[in-house]
Design a binder for this molecule. Structure first.
Ligand SMILES: [Zn+2]
Length: 272
């Protein structure tokens, strides 16, 4: 037993970047997580083959795929060109199967004449998520955009009216129609659009590729290009697009990668 414990300890030691974590990150990361780290002046950081963008004081941000492998590697290169490897273990997430029935069938298997519109919607969203601004709003602590029961988790395998569909790209928060939605972080609105699946949809840029998405809104209270402060009203809960009841679909992205916003939200404050 002693040797098994010893080997496990050694593994943990080498996987969690040894004794010294030079990136200011938690020792163990989680699939679908968004992380902000910091390095010393003049250091460059590579995440796989991708060089991470740094703020003037050395902050960086990145996201892990929903099905990221068990370990991620970073390479740090200091001012003198000295290179150092840092490894982090990635905690596996459990994604459940969610069956949703009672959707209008045209929202599950759309008629042919709608396909061009759906493709155009997707490219608008992709374009908004390509935004790569120098804003640093991603360093704020997230607040809940709306309070309510979580009616759908990130990463769920979804079966809609009996047909398997792509995994859920965000979290669903159920709330009565008309409930105010606030910006979870400050930022700039990069898209306001009425899309086939997600209804009235807003995307906000928070800098360095980090953006949030708000879907199925009843009313939208912001315009594209508008600056918003954290906590500012951006719209109200509705059920526009593909929805069986009023809820907010809340998404988080790092460029094109969809991430789990629930990992960044604290406990939901009690309703008054
Ligand atoms: Zn959703």
């Amino acid at each position: 037993m002693r040797s098994i414990t010893g080997i496990f300890f050694l593994l943990v030691m080498t996987c969690s970047a040894g004794a010294e974590n030079l990136l200011g990150l938690p020792d163990i990361l989680t699939q679908g997580g968004l992380y902000v780290g910091k390095v010393g002046p003049g250091t460059t950081v590579w995440f796989g083959d991708r060089r991470l963008k740094l703020t003037p004081d050395g902050h960086f941000v990145f996201g892990l795929k929903a099905h990221q492998g068990a370990m991620v590697k970073f390479r740090l290169v200091d001012k003198g060109g000295k290179s150092q490897l840092q490894r982090f273990m990635v905690r596996k997430q459990q994604y459940d199967v969610q069956r949703i029935d009672g959707l209008p069938q045209k929202m599950v298997t759309p008629p042919k004449k709608i396909l061009a519109r759906i493709a155009a919607d997707a490219s608008r969203v992709r374009r908004a998520r390509t935004t790569d601004s120098p804003r640093q709003d991603f360093r704020e602590t997230f607040i809940w955009p709306v309070r309510g029961r979580i009616s759908g988790n990130f990463g769920n395998y979804r079966i809609l009216n009996g047909t398997p569909k792509s995994p859920h790209g965000g979290m669903d928060i159920a709330a009565p129609k008309g409930t105010i939605i606030v910006a979870p972080l400050s930022g700039v609105v990069t898209m306001v659009s009425d899309l086939y699946y997600t209804g009235n949809t807003v995307i906000i840029d928070h800098g360095f590729g980090v953006s949030t998405v708000f879907a199925h809104m009843d009313r939208v209270l912001v315009k594209a290009g508008q600056r918003v402060r954290q906590g500012q009203k951006i719209g109200t809960v509705g059920m526009t697009g593909r929805a069986t009841g009023p809820h907010l679909h809340f998404g988080l992205n790092w460029y094109q990668e969809r991430l789990n916003p629930a990992l960044l939200l604290g406990k939901q404050e009690k309703k008054q």
